[in-house]
Design a protein around this ligand. Structure first.
Ligand code: PEP
Ligand code: MN
Length: 264
């Protein structure tokens, strides 16, 4: 299989502009859950860049659990992301929720994300497999590692080898940790696949006080990259405020990470 170590023994390095995911240095992706306005996105982008993020994340199409929750700014959000890239030089990552968004994604963003809820949306996987864009593939809420790797296989079978696997917490019986961040998946994946791994402690834990400890642990366990939600005004955030770090907290985290491993 294309994603397996037997097929390709050396680690895959995914290049996003001059950023390499899966190289010698830890890559930090940061930004709000959702793009809410031009001012919000630009403010947060400048903050996270100052503290060491090299890629910016922000959702324009939000797969919310409730249809009454904020659904994202859609194309307007993508335009804001493109402007953030223009003005800050940060590459931008956003979620694709439908095949119909592919052309817009090609036009405006650097990396497309497949959300946890779409890990087995096979038409969407085939669609990003045909796109010439790196893909962050999130693990499904209750997906086994084999199922997750099979979803990576769908993307690679279409010709797109630039897949980054994202562990974002899985459903277990324990409510205190919301989802359980499966850090043991890191050594398992390192053995099974050559694809790089990004850890998302924000969605895994759902609470900002738990984000930094799990981010540090992920890097210590061999993650190639981190994806962290950061908001300049989490109390007013339209989504995922409770898990979003304040910019200064994010700064403290990156300083702590430099002690554990080399960071881009
Ligand atoms: C996100 O990254 O904002 C997101 C919706 O994540 P997940 O698909 O992991 O829930
Ligand atoms: Mn979120």
């Amino acid at each position: 299989k294309l994603a397996s170590r037997e097929f390709k023994s050396e680690d895959t390095k995914v290049k996003i502009g001059n950023v390499v995911v899966g190289g010698d240095r830890i890559v930090i992706v940061a930004g709000p859950c959702a793009v809410e306005s031009h001012e919000q996105a630009m403010t947060i982008a400048k903050e996270v860049k100052k503290y060491g993020a090299v890629l910016f994340r922000g959702g324009a199409y939000k797969p919310r659990s409730s249809p009454y929750s904020f659904q994202g700014l859609e194309e307007e959000g993508l335009k804001i992301l493109a402007d953030v890239r223009e003005q800050t030089g940060l590459g931008v990552v956003t979620e694709i929720t439908s095949v119909s968004q592919a052309d817009l994604m090609m036009k405006y963003v650097d990396v497309v994300q497949i959300g946890a809820r779409n890990m087995q949306n096979f038409e969407l996987l085939k669609c990003v497999g045909r796109m010439d864009k790196p893909v962050v593939l999130k693990r499904g809420l209750a997906a086994t590692i084999q199922e997750w790797l099979m979803s990576a296989e769908y993307i690679m079978a279409g010709g797109n080898n630039n897949v980054i696997l994202c562990e974002r917490g899985i459903r277990t019986f324990e409510p205190y940790t919301r989802n359980t961040l499966d850090l043991s998946a890191i050594p398992v994946l390192k053995k099974l696949t050559h694809l790089p791994i990004i850890i998302d402690p924000s969605h895994a834990t759902g609470m900002r006080e738990k984000v930094s400890p799990m981010a540090r642990a992920a890097v210590a366990a061999g993650a190639d990259a981190l994806m962290i939600e950061v908001h300049n005004n989490p109390d007013q955030a339209l989504s995922d405020g409770p898990q979003s770090l304040y910019p200064e907290q994010f700064g403290q985290l990156t300083r702590d990470l430099y002690v554990i491993a080399p960071v881009v």
